[in-house]
Design a protein around this ligand. Structure first.
Ligand code: MLT
Length: 406
């Protein structure tokens, strides 16, 4: 008899963004004449930068000619892209990361979800609340938690991010083994300073712990004093893995390209206390389960770093950040307290009512989709997240509609 992985039965019935998509399509089915504006899931709407399109098309043409055709590429990614990333994203901020510590992949969702496979089952995990649900759900699937009760999984250590701590969780007083951090934060839009990040690195060193640092929204940082990478902090190479993505930076949500940095000095331990390089474990996993991102997509990603690519990407980011500023200003004018939107494409709004009720009200009365904060965790109750990813005219109209109904 085939049996199932019963840990899946502990999961909430559906992934947050699937629940929202279902609710939106049910509403649309009943209200065919209504035009819905989506500021829910953080999905980009603007075309890829022309520099990426040129590189993409050129690479597609190479694939159409026997003399330049490529079959399987290196699972870890082509050297041309890994070198660009090491130089442009890391050497430029004095972070010592070499190209062979960079693993190109098809997304940070997949990487941040898959990485837990290389860790022990008995580890103590610190997960912020609210949080990107993938970190939690993948650990539930792997059997690292107990049941879901009172809005939380037993067995996880929740790092509360609330208005009282400016949405930056406090350093835990007890030793944890694995800590998830995401800055600029999804969903709250909060940012972390170099000093506070340094305290986390120190904590991880002290407890032989590991930080999984999700920097998918780094391109939206405008304040130059904020760290762009955890590797800007001394010693972070030994205790942190970093995730980055071209999805939000350059509009690759449908094109798929991201990368994960696993420094060779980053160690974890077996039950006897012997240390092991996480780099070689992740490399082994990658070789076995992944066949690389397609050559044309990697060429398109490489073009992000060309002089014209950089300008075009900056224009994209500026465009979405204009939306973010508009959303924040309008919500504040309406008397709602907001976080984010300054170094992040997300605006975290104190809804003054239940998150899902606010979501339903905006959908029904304004036909605007947001994301209910409680979908990101218990501490998200009473908040909603508004995404700046849409066309400016749509965002403007959404804000006019919201202003009318609130
Ligand atoms: C979000 O809206 O939180 C993100 O778009 C989800 C993702 O990147 O997978």
């Amino acid at each position: 008899m085939i049996t199932i992985n019963e840990h899946f039965l502990k999961l909430q019935s559906s992934y947050l963004f699937s629940t929202i998509a279902r609710k939106v399509s049910e509403f649309q089915e009943k209200n065919k004449d209504k035009e819905i504006i989506k500021l829910g899931i953080g999905d980009v709407t603007r075309a890829l930068p022309p520099a990426c399109i040129d590189a993409f098309s050129k690479a597609v043409n190479e694939m159409g000619d026997d003399s330049s055709f490529r079959g399987y590429g290196p699972e870890q990614g082509y050297q041309f892209l890994r070198e660009k990333i090491a130089g442009e994203d890391y050497a430029s901020v004095q972070a010592d990361i070499s190209p062979d510590e960079i693993f190109i992949s098809d997304g940070s969702k997949c990487d941040s979800g898959n990485i837990q496979e290389i860790f022990g089952t008995e580890i103590k995990i610190g997960i912020p609340d609210p949080v990107y649900p993938v970190y939690v759900d993948t650990n539930v699937m792997a059997g690292r938690t107990g049941i879901f009760e009172n809005g939380r999984y037993t067995g996880l250590f929740y790092l509360e991010s609330t208005i009282d701590n400016h949405f930056i969780p406090a350093i835990p007083s007890e030793p944890l083994d694995l800590i998830y951090l995401c800055f600029p934060n999804n969903p709250t839009g909060a940012t972390i300073t170099r000093d506070v990040l340094a305290q986390w690195v120190e904590y991880a060193k002290k407890h032989k712990a590991l930080i999984l640092y999700d920097a998918a929204y780094v391109a939206f940082i405008r304040d130059p004093s904020l760290p762009h990478s955890i590797y800007e902090i001394d010693g972070a190479r030994d205790v942190a893995i970093e995730f980055r993505s071209f999805s939000k930076t350059a509009g690759f949500t449908g094109t798929r390209c991201a990368f994960t940095v696993v420094p060779k000095t980053c160690m974890a331990y077996d039950t006897k206390g012997n240390s092991h390089q996480l780099h070689s474990l992740w490399n082994r996993r990658h070789n076995t389960k992944f066949n690389g991102v397609s050559y044309p997509v990697q060429r398109a990603a490489e073009a992000v770093y060309s002089p014209e690519g950089k300008k075009q990407v900056q224009n994209l980011i500026d465009y979405y950040m204009t939306n973010a500023a508009l959303i924040k200003t309008e919500m504040e004018k309406l008397g709602y307290s907001c976080t984010g939107g300054e170094n992040s494409p997300y605006i975290w709004v104190q809804a003054k009512m239940n998150s899902w009720d606010f979501f339903d009200m905006l959908l029904e009365k304004a036909q605007v989709v947001c994301t209910p904060g409680s979908g990101f965790g218990k501490c998200g109750e009473g908040y909603i997240r508004i995404s700046a990813f849409n066309n400016y005219e749509k965002v403007k109209e959404a804000m006019e509609r919201i202003t009318r109904v609130l």
